[in-house]
Design a protein around this ligand. Structure first.
Ligand code: PRP
Ligand code: URA
Length: 213
């Protein structure tokens, strides 16, 4: 919980903290960075999926027949914000192998920091799906707010946002713009600098995942 808001969860698991420290190191190379982002996505996803509904099915164990719980329904959508959000998809698909994957393409203007859309393709029946929007970095909040706007405009309702690192400013703006969504962050960092980069942060997540500059 963050500032009394029950929809915001900042992860306190030591494994997540340790792995985020590995990401922060500027000597961590692309291969390792990508693998760790995927692992963190899976660990944060584990927390975010805590409220999945269960239903009982009949199972024959070697001992007897029993009613046992399985996940009810299979309607989930994972929606990465391009590019960096792609790095989290594999981790979540390990938890929800039958989820559909949509994509929202956004980039931040380097001077205004405003998000610009260049792509949007969502799974069918989006209104009936439990939606997980993923992006490693929540900085000013502009990209996340725009992505959730697009999804809502297309009928999405049940939305959870997952990030690896959040800045206080972005977290507060996203929660204010979309008070109905749940937000899970691996860590809450100190602040944004004058270029709207998260401090201490990990640099440009997209560049570090894809080895670009
Ligand atoms: C990064 C990051 C988020 C956004 C966060 O993407 O992956 O999408 O910035 O910043 P915000 O909260 O201030 O909007 P970027 O725009 O650099 O695009 P990229 O993933 O293509 O590198
Ligand atoms: N986007 C990034 O990739 N890193 C930041 O620190 C802020 C926005």
């Amino acid at each position: 919980m963050y500032n009394g808001n029950e929809n915001i969860m900042i992860c306190d698991h030591p494994l997540v903290k340790h792995k985020i420290t590995m990401l922060r190191k500027k000597t961590t190379g692309t291969n390792e960075f990508r693998a760790i982002v995927e692992e963190i996505a899976m660990l944060i996803g584990y927390e975010a999926l805590r409220d999945l509904e269960l239903e009982d099915v009949e199972v024959e164990t070697p001992i007897e027949t029993a009613m046992c719980p399985v996940i009810a329904g299979k309607k989930q959508a994972i929606i990465p914000i391009l590019r960096a959000g792609l790095g989290m998809v594999g981790g979540l698909l390990k938890l929800m192998p039958t989820a559909k994957v949509g994509h929202i393409g956004l980039y931040r203007d380097e001077e205004t920091f405003e998000p610009h859309e260049y792509y949007c393709k969502l799974p069918t029946n989006i209104g009936q799906r439990k939606i997980f929007v993923v992006d490693p970095m929540l900085a000013t909040g502009g990209s996340a707010i725009a992505a959730v706007n697009f999804i809502k405009q297309r009928g999405g309702k049940n939305i959870t946002f997952l990030c690896v690192i959040a800045a206080p400013q972005g977290l507060e703006k996203l929660a204010e713009a979309h008070p109905d969504i749940k937000i899970f962050a691996g860590n809450l960092d100190r602040e944004l600098n004058e270029k709207a980069y998260i401090c201490p942060g990990l640099g440009d997540a997209g560049d570090r995942i894809f080895g670009t500059k």
